[in-house]
Design a protein around this ligand. Sequence first.
Ligand code: DX5
Ligand code: ZN
Length: 220
Amino acid sequence: GREIIIAPSLLSADILNMERHIGELKGEADWLHVDIMDGHFVPNLSYGPALVSALRKRYPQVFLDVHIMVEPAEDFLDMFLSAGATLLTVHLEAAKHIHRVLQKIKDSGVMAGVSINPGTAAEPLLPVLHMADLVLVMSVNPGYGGQSFIAETIDKVRWLSKVRSERGWGYLIEMDGGVGPKNVAEIAAAGCDAVVAGSAVFGQPEPSEVIKEMRRSVQR
Ligand code: DX5
Ligand code: ZN
């Protein structure tokens, strides 16, 4: 089987012990997923650009997968681009001019991701798919960790994977929400390249073992 990129979500780590929790991943994580919530686009508040800069300073080489659930996305780009994100993912639903937003991210040398909520169809992404480095398909309604996986969202991964090979585009496909050892194989089989896992990884006594288990179940 093929490899899958696993991105533990720091939303499920204990904020007063974040460095220790990252250490407990024992280098098994491919990316670190950072969820930014504004209490407006989503019904919760989380972190700001200061966490992204602190992570970048502490871990100069780590791939920082920064998922901003903020509206309007346009108003928050500069602060996250300069904070040190490797990949900056914005929601289609939170940008008035998604093409301009993705172009701005790319122009700054950061990878550009675009995300859709469970209630949003994938087809409206068509005009910007050629310029996306990653498409993030939300498999829960964003706002909280620990929610259950919405199975119908997998069809969007299949469609994105089909369109990608038909058109020869190069974006990665990522899923976020309710992903863990039980469903990662099916998600990967649908064409997903990367998965976010919050509570499945950090809620466990041995986070690094969960990641290994997820990897094994995909390669099987
Ligand atoms: C949800 C966030 C997710 C969340 C995933 O709004 O975007 O990244 O942390 O957490 P789990 O894996 O627990 O569903
Ligand atoms: Zn996320």
